[in-house]
Each structure stands twice: as C-alpha cells, then as structure tokens.
Design a protein around this ligand. Structure first.
Ligand code: ADE
Length: 225
C-alpha cells in the first residue's frame, strides 16, 4: 500500500512511524508518507485557512490549499485513488471500513484543523468522508492516526503472526462480534480463577466457549459490560 497522510502537523506522526506494525509494513514494501499542507500552499506566509463566509467563529481550511497539496503529490493522476477526509460528520469508521481501506493499493488521508474544511473539498476533491466517533477533536490528526493504525495492522506482515488479525474483535471470523476474553498466567490470582475450559485441552470446547463469549459481548455492546 502507498499511504499518504496530509496534515498541518507532520511532527505528530513521528511517534506513529516508529510503531512496530508500521515499521513492519514499510519493511514489507509499503510506503507511508506524511505531507505538510504548508509546504505546498499557494498562499503567502504558509497560510492555509481563512475566516468563514457568512461569519462565525473560527477559521476554515481553504479548498485551494488542499487542492494544491493533492496536485503537488499526484498531479492530475488522482484516478482510482481513495482520498478520505477525516471529519466528525463522515461515515462512521469501523472494522468493515478498515478492511475495505486495507485492500486499497493507494490511500490518502486528509486531516483538517480549525473549525472545519471548506465544503468544496468534500464535494469535489475526496472520495470518502470518515468520522471516528460522534465527538469533535481539535483536529483530524488523531483521527487519521486511528484510521491509519487500524488499516496498516491489517496488511500482511504487520503483526507477528499472520493469524492474529483474523479472529479478532468485529472481524468476519467472529461474525462481527467483539473478541472473546483472554487469560494468561497465573491461573488463580487473589482468588480470581480462569475458566476451566481453557486448560481442558479440548480444542473444540475452547472454540465453542470463545464463540459464545464473543456473541455474548456482542449482545451487550455499547454498555461496557
Ligand atoms: N476531526 C475532528 N473530529 C473528528 C472526528 N470525530 N472524526 C474524524 N475527524 C475529526
């Protein structure tokens, strides 16, 4: 995958780049770039935003600035590239969308800042608008990082074991349910014991137990139970 993240704060991603799954996919041939809107803005003094038409508080990121950033990176060859704007009002991000995006050969994430992004970006420059939840962050950087994290860890070689991303929370292997509970040593701690089935050596029973717990958690979803 060639993943590009556009941002006003590339330094925010310095930590992200060092994460094992990100290093693993890069070592396996993927490309991850962080591109700064200010480096390609057609306006003076690194300007990227402006006051909103119609009045109101805050600043809005300009469409020409975002278009110039995309133009500098891709020219007119945006073709089949998936270009995703991170915005609180977008399609809700979930495992299904992460899987869909992970199948893209070329993916672009646009983080916005300030009060928002000129609506013409959404109308004309991007293929998707995505939200990571019904709350407003100070900017799209954390949202882009969340999406990039969830997508990159699905790529081959990202995790230590090829299987570990298959049977995990919300995956189709678990029919979209959350993951089953995990336990490790010690078998009893302060009187809290692990379920006996897990040390029974009966793999079929273990599998069935895990599926049941996963389904149970799915039924209680959103309750924190
Ligand atoms: N930018 C600000 N808040 C956001 C959110 N909840 N999801 C995606 N992008 C955002």
């Amino acid at each position: 995958m060639r993943l590009d993240i556009f941002t006003l704060f590339p330094q925010w991603f310095e930590w992200f780049e060092t994460q094992r799954h990100v290093r693993n996919v890069v070592a396996a041939g993927s490309q991850v770039r962080f591109l700064d809107y200010r480096e390609t803005t057609p306006l003076g003094a690194g300007q990227v935003d402006d006051s909103p038409y119609g009045g109101g508080a805050g600043m809005v990121m300009r469409v020409d600035v975002i278009d110039a950033a995309l133009q500098a990176a891709y020219g007119d060859a945006r073709g089949g590239r998936r270009i995703v704007l991170l915005t609180p009002s977008g399609r809700m991000f979930d495992d299904e969308l992460a899987t869909e995006l992970a199948a893209e050969p070329d993916l672009t994430l646009l983080s916005g800042r300030y009060e928002g992004v000129d609506e013409r970006v959404r109308d004309h420059l991007v293929t998707d608008s995505v939200s990571i939840g019904r709350y407003v962050l100070a900017g799209g950087e954390l949202a882009a990082m969340v999406v990039a994290d969830a997508v990159l860890r699905k790529l081959p070689g990202a995790l230590g074991h090829a299987e570990s991303a298959l049977e995990e929370s919300f995956s189709s292997a678990l029919d979209g349910h959350p993951e089953y509970p995990h336990y490790t040593r010690p078998p009893t701690y302060r009187g809290w014991s692990i379920p006996e089935v897990l040390v029974s050596g009966d793999h079929e029973r273990v599998r069935q137990w895990r599926r049941e717990r996963s389904r149970e958690r799915g039924a209680g979803e959103g309750t924190g139970a």
